[in-house]
Design a protein around this ligand. Structure first.
Ligand code: HGY
Ligand code: MN
Ligand code: MN
Length: 406
């Protein structure tokens, strides 16, 4: 809890919460704090070419580590737990092993991956994709942010342009402890979410182009109003998700109008659409419906339109034996458990491509996240960290010690 509150001072927002946009000074300060903790714990810290940081504790044997971790960057109005919890809980496991002088067969690693949130540079989970080898280093370094900056330049600026190669690291297994960020555990009073996989995600940017015109003189039937187009996309997304039902969700998070003035019919609009579903066919159907709608609406309104895919991930199942392990360790500690998919994207979904992977969820009060009021009780955090500890003890072949659960 002390480390969580210390990290939360890096990129602290007035009134609470965090803003540590990827590769910003605040992200750099957060990274510096975590790296200082890694070094204080005697870990060997390696930084790769896109700024992923992996800190390793040796085992009796060399070879691929049992890894845990998450991310340090946050959204613009983030809480203090999203990402930070998984990284710091991993360091808590290491500290506990050190305190009890526990040796493990396999090395233990704690990592944080660059740009998990994707709110400045897309796609999200960028660092973990490069780490897993599914996105190339140049593609990441050349990514241009919504603020016009280049990822690679910003990475240099904050001093995290490492030289370790990406996409080559062997990992024995990966676990990520994370807040649920949704209402399921909190509303059912369950302690631990046993995450079976991550739902599919589709991020699209629509650019609409109409004609700027005078708000007072332009007859309604003569308008080509990009602002109206943005509003139509927003309400269609909501209607479509409601009609599709199931786990379909749709969010229009960004509407940038130009010139964005009270008495000018908007000339252009940049609109982002975030669609997600556990069922990839349904997700593809939602994308098709959205595209059909925009075409029809834009034609009717006389708007030019273009579409840019910002991210697209199919649903990812976690390895059943790893999921079973999490469930067994949680129950072994007397925690109640619930098997569930993750509604949010996570670095674990990218690590799942290269090693057996699973996640541990702890409750989010009122299901709130990506909101400065994000909160999880210390006792809930302790329960999650203990499941992480017990699972990592088993996965790494630790001496059976006083640390073994009851
Ligand atoms: O959008 C997500 O689900 C993640 O927080 N990047
Ligand atoms: Mn997260
Ligand atoms: Mn997040």
């Amino acid at each position: 809890m002390e480390n969580l509150n210390e990290l939360a001072k890096r990129g602290a927002l007035e009134g609470g919460g965090n803003r540590r946009l990827a590769m910003s000074d605040e992200d750099g300060a957060g990274r510096d704090y975590v790296v200082s903790r890694m070094k204080a714990l005697g870990l060997k810290v390696v930084i790769d070419r896109v700024g992923n940081v992996v800190a390793t504790r040796p085992g009796r044997m060399d070879g691929p580590p049992v890894m845990t971790g998450s991310h340090v960057d946050t959204v613009g109005t983030g809480g203090i737990y999203d990402g930070a919890l998984g990284v710091l809980a991993g360091l808590e496991v290491v500290e506990t092993l050190n305190d009890h002088d526990v040796a493990t067969d396999h090395p233990i690693a704690v990592a944080f991956f660059s740009n998990e949130e994707g709110v400045r540079f897309t796609p999200d989970m960028m660092g973990s994709q490069v780490f897993a080898g599914t996105v190339g280093v140049p593609e990441a370094l050349d990514a241009i942010g919504f603020d016009g900056t280049r990822y690679g330049d910003e990475l240099e600026r904050i001093g995290y342009a490492g030289d370790a190669e990406c996409g080559v690291r062997e990992v024995r297994s990966f676990l990520e402890l994370h807040i649920e960020q949704g209402p399921v555990l909190d509303s059912s009073g369950i302690d631990i979410g046993v995450v079976e996989g991550v739902q599919g995600l589709s991020w699209t940017e629509w650019s609409l182009e109409g004609v700027a015109n005078h708000a007072g003189t332009t007859p309604m039937e003569a308008r080509h109003d990009a602002g109206y187009g943005a509003a139509e996309i927003t309400s269609f997304a909501r209607r479509m998700a409601r009609e599709m039902g199931g786990r379909q969700v749709a969010t229009v998070g960004v509407i940038d109008l130009h010139p964005n003035l009270i008495n000018v019919v908007a000339e252009t609009a940049r609109v982002t659409v975030d669609l997600r579903n556990t069922d990839d066919l349904a997700l593809a159907d939602a994308e098709t419906r959205m595209t059909e709608f925009v075409k029809e609406m834009a034609t009717e309104e006389g708007l030019k339109y273009s579409r840019r895919t910002l991210a697209r991930f199919a649903p990812v199942p976690f390895a059943p034996p790893m999921v079973d392990l999490i469930e067994a360790k949680a129950r072994g500690r007397g925690s109640s458990t619930h098997r569930m998919p993750s509604g949010a994207g996570h670095d674990a979904q990218m690590l799942a491509a290269i090693c057996p992977t699973a996640m541990i969820f702890v409750p989010s009060r009122d299901g709130i996240s990506h909101n400065v009021n994000e909160f999880t009780e210390p006792r809930q955090i302790e329960a999650g960290a203990n499941v992480l500890l017990d699972a990592m003890l088993e996965l790494s072949g630790a001496d059976s010690t006083v640390l073994d659960g009851p």
